[in-house]
Design a protein around this ligand. Structure first.
Ligand code: AMP
Length: 288
């Protein structure tokens, strides 16, 4: 049977738990989340458990990564269920700080990763990645993990965090877990629960469109460079056919730099953001 999860509400408490584990020779793993945990998070907790000896799952809806008109207030908060998911998947500790514990005073110090934050979601969510990087850096300072897990689902975020860690010499190894999907291909997300029945059905079209253009890209002959624009237009067309969808972007970018590509001459990330009803959804696939 999975053992109980030690819940820490304060920075001092989680530091104590981690210090005790480290004293026992444990490697510390961190899985940062905003809660409303699902199988995507669970897969990261299990991956962490396979490599680290003591796994901390942080659950914190971070206000500074939400824009003023975004869903901070209504973001789902399901702590009892989250703790059960931690327990069943091998998380030993849950760090569940309040906003005042994390930000006792207005935050005046921020971590900003340039360039990588300037494309895709960056310009559409001003301040978002700055908020993400700042809270992740705070979590790294608080927990001081040896390893930390992020999901490929948030492809830009994963690359931004990797770059922050490398630019700032933060002593943590970053691991990226694959995107976990529903049976119809929709990437799991805490925000999927906002979708009504019709929107939920439409949402499956996102991964279908991404898969279709990946298939088209991969079947092009490798002898001549593959032009991105026709593929990108096809992706846009497919996404615009999704009932009720308002497309934000559909882009082919360099997998490493996240800069837009003209030709598929190296690994690419195909990334999409759109809104269904009130719900903003993102997804991506890579083309090797
Ligand atoms: P969130 O709670 O949405 O901030 O996500 C916490 C972590 O879980 C992030 O690293 C996400 O990329 C990751 N994650 C969210 N959804 C999925 C998914 N469907 N598959 C894999 N990882 C995910």
């Amino acid at each position: 049977m999975a053992s109980d999860v030690q819940v820490a509400e304060t920075i001092a408490e989680v530091r104590q738990l981690v210090a005790a584990a480290r004293g026992n020779g444990c490697r510390i793993g961190l899985v940062p989340t905003m809660g409303a945990l699902h199988e995507g998070h669970a897969s990261l907790i299990r991956a962490a458990k396979a490599e680290a000896d003591f796994v901390v799952v942080s659950i914190f809806v971070n206000p500074i990564q939400f824009g003023p008109s975004e869903d901070y207030a209504r973001y789902p908060r399901t702590l009892p269920e989250d703790l059960e998911i931690c327990r069943l998947n091998g998380g030993q500790s849950a760090f569940v700080p309040s906003v005042t514990e994390m930000y006792p005073e207005p935050c005046w110090t921020f971590t900003d990763v340039e360039k990588l934050s300037y494309t895709l979601c960056g310009p559409r969510r001003p301040g978002h990645f700055r908020g993400v990087c700042t809270v992740v850096q705070k979590l790294f300072n608080i927990v001081q993990p040896d390893l930390a897990w992020f999901g490929a689902k948030d492809g830009q975020q994963a690359r931004v965090i990797r770059r922050m860690v490398s630019d700032l010499n933060i002593p943590v190894e970053i691991r990226i877990g694959p995107t976990v999907r529903e049976a119809d291909g929709l990437a799991m997300s805490s925000r999927n629960q906002y979708l009504n029945k019709a929107e939920r059905q439409s949402a499956a079209g996102i991964y279908q469109a991404l898969s279709e253009v990946r298939r088209l890209a991969l079947e092009r002959p490798k002898t001549t460079p593959v032009e991105v624009e026709p593929l990108r237009r096809r992706l846009e067309e497919l996404l615009k056919e999704i009932p009720g969808a308002r497309l934000e972007y559909a882009e082919f970018v360099d997998e490493r730099t996240l800069q837009p590509l003209d030709q598929l001459d190296g690994p690419a990330l195909v990334a999409v953001a759109l809104t269904l009803g009130q719900t903003r959804l993102i997804d991506n696939v890579t083309i090797p």
